[in-house]
Ligand binder design. Structure first.
Ligand SMILES: *Cc1c(COP(=O)(O)O)cnc(C)c1O
Length: 378
């Protein structure tokens, strides 16, 4: 079997089948060296200094590239280090289009690029059909940035359609696919040029490491520029974190399947319940993005959902202080369930409803998670 004939599940389980020829070790070593010796002809081994490249990190990047069907992948010290490096090449005259409700850290970065560097940013409403087409400027827009489903309202963006809009406008499409790891959606297959994940979330999966990844359809000039910017700005991932990320990734498919099943059970249980104004989850047939999500994720709707609680911000916050299993903490994608009052965390710029509670569903038992939310709502 060639590498490309392996299923993603087998690739993940085997961690790209590392085998050390000398020792037989089945797990890659952690290369902690920062510098690499030249040989007696003063040639390098390919490695010179770990801010350029590191063998442990490179191994995990290869696995990620194969997972995404990418020509190349790069790891960063956090998701935001990856996003900031991606947008670093933009300056005055560049026009970027992004969703109005999106990951707040990336939205803050775009606002700052607009204020400090003269990048023009057009925000569009992901819940409104046709809004993306209206926001791009053919011949002017250089980057269209979308999320596969926008955090934290989980409006679904049709990645294939967005790729068409970007292409017609002469722009590239960058996709934040953090909420939908490659076992459920491969953005490059759907026409994206660059896919991004906060690997802190599902890829790592255990809330114990920060990492970000960019993967590209083509290792072109723009990609080489991103690579050079990573070395220049230094937002590289440490070898230990890369090793820990690979360890986490080996169970990604199992974790994600269980998490998505739990989320669906919770969403179905609370839809229509008195005291709950709405359940925002693409897996519910009532969700406006249900059909698109079904098509582009192969029928798994993910493990993120939000509840709109009757009684406004105060009522929502009260629920978040009363859960016993759901941990009142930010972040997502870990094996443990988290609950968060999003407007509090995002602060004054937040476009999120004040009564919204975001749930990141873990691998616990669904009936116990439901009972926990019930007692917190009572
Ligand atoms: C967490 C997150 C990020 C930022 O990643 P960090 O690893 O926290 O820097 C970006 N986008 C989404 C959707 C996220 O959830």
């Amino acid at each position: 079997m060639t590498r490309n004939e392996r299923s993603l599940e087998t690739l993940l389980a085997q961690g790209a089948r590392f085998l050390d020829r000398e020792t037989g070790a089945v797990v890659p070593p952690i290369h902690s060296a920062t510098t690499y010796a030249r040989d007696d002809r003063y040639e390098t081994t390919g490695y010179t200094y770990s801010r350029d490249a590191n063998p442990t990190v490179a191994h995990v990047e290869e696995v990620l590239a194969e997972l995404e069907g990418a020509e190349d992948a790069l790891l960063f010290s956090s998701g935001m280090a990856a996003v900031a490096t991606f947008f670093d090449s933009l300056g005055a005259g560049d026009h970027v289009v992004a969703p109005r409700v999106m990951y707040h850290g990336a939205a803050d970065l775009l606002r700052r690029l607009a204020e400090r560097r003269g990048v023009e940013v057009g925000f569009f409403d992901a819940s409104e059909p046709g809004a993306l087409e209206a926001a791009v400027r053919p011949g002017r827009t250089s980057v269209v940035w979308v999320e596969t489903c926008v955090n934290p309202t989980w409006d679904v963006i049709d990645v294939r359609a967005a790729a068409g809009v970007a292409r017609d406008a002469g722009a590239i499409l960058g996709v934040d696919a953090t909420a939908t790891p490659p076992v459920t959606l491969r953005a490059l297959d759907l026409g994206a040029d660059i896919v991004f994940h906060s690997a802190t979330k599902y890829l790592g999966g255990h809330s114990d490491l920060l990492a970000g990844v960019l993967a590209t359809r083509r290792a072109d000039e723009r990609w080489e520029e991103i690579k050079a910017a990573r070395t220049r700005m230094g937002g590289v991932l440490g070898a230990f974190e890369a090793w820990l990320l690979l360890r986490g990734m080996r169970t990604l498919h199992l974790r994600y399947e269980r998490q998505a099943a739990n989320a669906l059970a919770i969403a179905r249980h609370f839809e229509g319940r008195p005291g709950i104004e709405a359940v925002l989850y693409p897996g519910l047939e009532s969700h406006p993005g249900h059909e698109i999500a079904k098509r582009q994720t192969g029928g798994s709707f993910g493990a993120m959902l939000s509840l709109l609680v009757e009684g406004g911000a105060e009522a929502a916050k009260r629920v978040a202080t009363r859960t016993r299993l759901f941990v009142p903490a930010t972040s997502l994608g870990g094996v443990e369930s988290l609950i968060e009052h999003r407007a509090t965390v995002e602060g004054p710029h937040s476009a999120v409803p004040a009564n919204l509670l975001r749930l990141s569903v873990g691998i616990e038992r669904a009936d116990e998670l439901i009972a926990d939310l019930e007692q917190a709502l009572a």
